[in-house]
Design a protein around this ligand. Structure first.
Ligand code: M6R
Length: 364
């Protein structure tokens, strides 16, 4: 049932302010403002190394979490696409944990990676949305994402629920390893509790995004740029646009612009820049200036401070409320999803069942 929505994808985007507190509720002790994971069959304090593997959108959730595991847990992370991970014969550290992420829990390459990691003596944590799935059954520990059934082929709410789950796990690792103080943890938990409200505000950008998608629907290629956790989010934005609108898109680390993709920029090329005001914002502004100087059209997704400080020609801005950096990827996912959604609707594609794609990829 799509409710009042035209597509399951829209319904699932709009469900996020409800499912996210549900997921956080499972992993947080709200009264004491602490992370409270279900008991794991091993001690997080002893984790020396984390490997993350997944496919598609689930991989990008992992790539965002990589920054959190390193920041809060001070644990080295190795992340790879499951179809590479399974054949790479990568040496895995003793005392290492492998995290596999999957909405369906049935993705063939992710499952094969899980089995490889287990053979190598790794403890495997599965972050899955379908608790009865094969990946959930075979893992040593399961952290469910609790997004509810996701029908649209383009993953939306499962992605943000993966982020919510992984953020809690990263805080738990940080605490277990003694790198996070109680007060820092409380601050992070308070920030997590703000996410549903921030998401609801982000959803009000929908009419503005619908207008702006007219520009994107005319484009042949779209570039997405970001730094830090907004870099994997840029890749996620590009994937979402590609899969449902069939417009070619690429996500790049903003700092890589000069190393190749800048050659693509001309007045026909929209560039979506995901850049809240943070410690790398000024760097991203210089990238935007480079794009503008070559006639590229910028759509900047930012906050009030960022909007005030970035002023380059031919720029459109989508302004989100100010928020703590750790939760920004969850909230910035909303405009990223809506950009793809409205563009695809304008293009007249089959949004929920895009051509050539299946919801669950159970063959290699
Ligand atoms: O079920 P999984 O999370 O393992 O699926 C992984 C990818 O196939 C999936 O995320 C795919 O990239 C989506 N269609 C993206 O929207």
């Amino acid at each position: 049932d799509k409710g009042n929505h035209r597509h399951f994808m829209a319904k699932e985007i709009y469900e996020q302010p409800e499912v996210i507190p549900h997921t956080f509720g499972h992993y947080l002790d709200l009264e004491n403002e602490r992370v409270a994971l279900p008991e794991l069959p091993f001690d997080l304090a002893g984790v020396s190394h984390i490997s993350i593997t997944a496919c598609g959108t689930a991989l990008y959730a992992g790539a965002i979490a990589e920054y959190w595991f390193e920041r809060f847990g001070r644990v080295p992370v190795n992340i790879d696409i499951a179809s590479e991970f399974r054949y790479r014969e990568t040496p895995l550290q003793p005392d290492g944990v492998t995290i596999v992420i999957s909405q369906s829990g049935e993705t063939a390459d992710t499952l094969a990676s899980l089995r490889y990691a287990k053979e190598q003596g790794q403890k495997v944590i599965a972050v899955v949305n379908v608790p009865t799935s094969t990946i959930a059954r075979e893992a040593d520990a399961v952290l469910p994402t609790l997004a509810g059934v996701e029908i649209g082929v383009a993953s939306t709410k499962a992605f943000t629920c993966q982020l919510a789950t992984l953020a809690c796990l990263a805080v738990a690792v940080g605490r277990a390893k003694g790198h996070l103080q109680d007060e820092d943890e409380r601050k992070l938990v308070r920030a997590m509790m703000e996410v549903p409200r921030l998401m609801t505000e982000a959803l009000t950008l929908s009419p503005e995004i619908e207008l702006l998608s007219r520009t994107l629907a005319k484009a042949q290629d779209v570039l997405y740029l970001g730094r830090g956790t907004n870099y994997p989010l840029a890749m996620e934005g590009a994937l979402k646009l590609k899969e449902i609108s069939y417009i070619h898109a690429e996500g790049y680390a903003a700092g890589e612009l000069k190393h190749g993709p800048i050659a693509l920029i001309d007045e026909k090329m929209p560039v979506v820049v995901i850049a809240p005001y943070d410690r790398v914002f000024e760097k991203t502004v210089s990238n935007m200036e480079e794009v503008a100087a070559r006639g590229g059209r910028i759509i900047l997704v930012t906050d009030p401070k960022g909007a005030e400080l970035a002023n380059v020609p031919a720029m459109q801005k989508l302004i989100l409320p100010e928020m703590p950096a750790t939760v920004a990827p969850l909230v910035y996912s909303i405009p990223v999803q809506l950009i793809a959604y409205h563009t695809a609707v304008l293009m007249g594609t089959d949004v929920d069942q895009p051509r050539n794609l299946a919801k669950s990829v159970t063959v290699e």
